[in-house]
Design a protein around this ligand. Structure first.
Ligand code: HEC
Ligand code: HEC
Ligand code: HEC
Ligand code: HEC
Length: 454
């Protein structure tokens, strides 16, 4: 049985098995030092030449995987037939999108920058090649970078590093990958989304790097050959990096002009949706919910920050005390002014950068992964599971960590399966979300992990 909170693909246990196999020869990702982060694909100079250019039958458009090639070569069909990204533009033609665009007064959604920026490979006209088409949605080059300069050389058997030097975006590094995905899956200054759009009908955005990497229908195979060619990050590391980068992007959003909405309210997209949107009966606020502010406050959406706190406490413990006090300060600042929020967000962003520096070249042991699972369960039981979005992140985190730990401790994986199933069910529908059920499931996780220690 798989757990797919997004309700589409029954992936997770299968992914878990595949990842468990991959883990047998796991190695840690080697960092790139403190080099400047690469430009995002839409800001790189290269022309985007269109999916059709990549999809030749001798290239990435083979109907079946090649036997004698390190890469599958049927990436196009996987993307075209199974991957939601190939449908991203078509979503803009639906009645749902028309209604949303009408609510916003932005004309046709399929022609509006506000939507195309995330629902297509949106680059300026000057960078659109002959076979480029917006209607391809989130095509190969939206993630891999414009192919103008690497197209020729990369078919001659260049190394991955050489391709990157020619303009291929370095997706294999979890830090760079998370930064890219989150532009569209959280929103950013380049690709903004706000509460007005959500009010007009856009679904709220969420992301977890390990889970979303696994539910994207795989067009690459992480086998021994892949690991010879490329560095590979196991699930626990991918999860931890993903949380820190999500924290980085969230804090950078708080510090940007996007936060300064007009009028008396700051931009609400950065606040916890459930602080304002949830049924009022039965009352569900409980001690510990929502950080240090107490009942009745509009809180910032701190799910990624809380998770990053666990990562820091477990893996960069000398930063833990500063992190906790800076996070509390940010919560109090959120009740005062945008200026106060922005300066406290800067302090937290500095700590994220330090934590990333330490984590980059560190691998996460099974004992550390179990410690992280305990921390997640403990904080959920104490109150952090009150908010649906945070609860979902807890579940994703436990799954990713378990994918690593369960590979060597099958008995633990078997024992944790029933409470994980129960947690999954409580997260099935946001409208019916019951924090007390979530806490009950997390208590079982706590108990099983405690038995393991004893
Ligand atoms: C910041 C990037 C971003 C922007 C801007 C954006 N979207 Fe989306 N949109 C997404 C992502 C990511 C998803 C998929 C969410 C998921 O499944 O996790 C999505 C999902 C959707 C869906 C599917 C809804 C559903 O319930 O399945 C529709 C429809 C949609 N967007 C329309 C629009 C329209 C219309 C606009 C412009 C007004 C727009 N989007 C702007 C990123 C964006
Ligand atoms: C939503 C982002 C995204 C899109 C869209 C996308 N890819 Fe990928 N692709 C990835 C990620 C992530 C990886 C794994 C990282 C890596 O191996 O470098 C990857 C890996 C690959 C690999 C390397 C496989 C290997 O074994 O080294 C190839 C080849 C590839 N993609 C081709 C394509 C083609 C062709 C398309 C369009 C039809 C496409 N991708 C669309 C994200 C994407
Ligand atoms: C240019 C914007 C963009 C980028 C970059 C991007 N995505 Fe997406 N992604 C979208 C949109 C838009 C959708 C919704 C498409 C749909 O539902 O048809 C989506 C959907 C998805 C889904 C399906 C979600 C669901 O609810 O089933 C997954 C998984 C996903 N993306 C993973 C990733 C990963 C992993 C990366 C980074 C390697 C990434 N995406 C990069 C825009 C983007
Ligand atoms: C400070 C309180 C507050 C926060 C935080 C907040 N909202 Fe809202 N939201 C509102 C108000 C007020 C309205 C307008 C209600 C109305 O039109 O009846 C609204 C309207 C909406 C609507 C349209 C409702 C409808 O009936 O059509 C959606 C959808 C929505 N918000 C989603 C979100 C999401 C997603 C988040 C988190 C990213 C969020 N909101 C955060 C106060 C908030």
């Amino acid at each position: 049985m798989g757990h797919d909170v997004n309700g589409q693909i029954d992936f997770h246990r299968l992914g878990g098995v595949l990842r468990a196999l991959a883990l047998l020869a796991s190695m840690s990702v080697t960092g790139q030092g403190i080099a400047a982060p690469p430009e995002m694909p839409w800001n790189m100079p290269a022309e985007h030449i269109g999916v059709a250019t990549c999809a030749g039958s001798n290239c990435h458009g083979s109907a079946r995987p090649f036997d004698d090639s390190p890469v599958l070569q049927n990436e196009y069909f996987t993307w075209q037939r199974k991957d939601a990204h190939s449908n991203a533009y078509k979503l803009l033609l639906t009645p749902e999108s028309k209604r949303m665009a009408a609510n916003l007064g932005i004309g046709k959604p399929e022609e509006a920058t506000e939507c195309l920026t995330c629902h297509s490979d949106y680059v300026p006209e000057s960078k659109r090649g002959r076979r480029y088409s917006l209607s391809e949605g989130v095509g190969c080059e939206a993630c891999h970078g414009g192919a103008e300069d690497y197209l020729g050389p990369h078919v001659t058997g260049n190394s991955h590093q050489e391709n990157i030097a020619d303009g291929l975006y370095p997706l294999v590094d979890p830090i760079d990958r998370a930064r890219l995905c989150l532009n569209c899956h959280m929103g950013s200054t380049d690709k903004p989304i706000d509460h007005r759009m959500m009010g007009a009908g856009h679904p709220p955005l969420e992301f977890e790097l390990d889970t979303f990497t696994n539910i994207q229908p795989p067009h690459f195979r992480v086998d021994a050959d892949y690991k010879r060619r490329k560095p590979y990050a196991p699930p626990a590391k991918t999860w931890a990096i993903g949380q820190l980068i999500a924290a980085e992007q969230f804090l950078s959003g708080l510090r940007s002009d996007r936060m300064k909405a007009e009028g008396m309210f700051p931009e609400l997209v950065f606040y916890d949706c459930n602080a304002c949107h949830h049924p009022m009966r039965p009352p569900r606020w409980s001690e510990g919910a929502g950080g240090p502010l107490g009942p009745g406050k509009v809180r910032l959406a701190d799910a990624y920050l809380v998770m990053s706190g666990h990562v820091i406490a477990a893996l960069a413990p000398t930063l833990a005390a500063s992190w906790q006090s800076a996070l509390d300060a940010l919560h109090f600042a959120s009740q005062r002014s945008v200026g106060a929020i922005q300066s406290d967000a800067a302090a937290l962003a500095g700590l994220v950068a330090q934590a990333l520096d330490r984590l980059r070249d560190q691998s996460i042991s099974d004992a550390q992964a179990i410690d992280l699972m305990r921390r997640i369960a403990d904080s959920g039981v104490k109150g952090d599971a009150a908010d649906f979005t945070a609860a979902k992140q807890m579940f994703y985190g436990l799954e990713a960590l378990l994918a690593q730990v369960g590979a060597s401790d099958k008995a633990l994986a078997v024992r944790l399966n029933p409470p994980m199933d129960a947690l999954f069910k409580t997260l099935d529908a946001q409208a019916q979300y019951d924090p007390s059920q979530m806490r009950a499931g997390l208590k079982q996780v706590q108990q099983i992990l405690a038995q393991k220690a004893g």
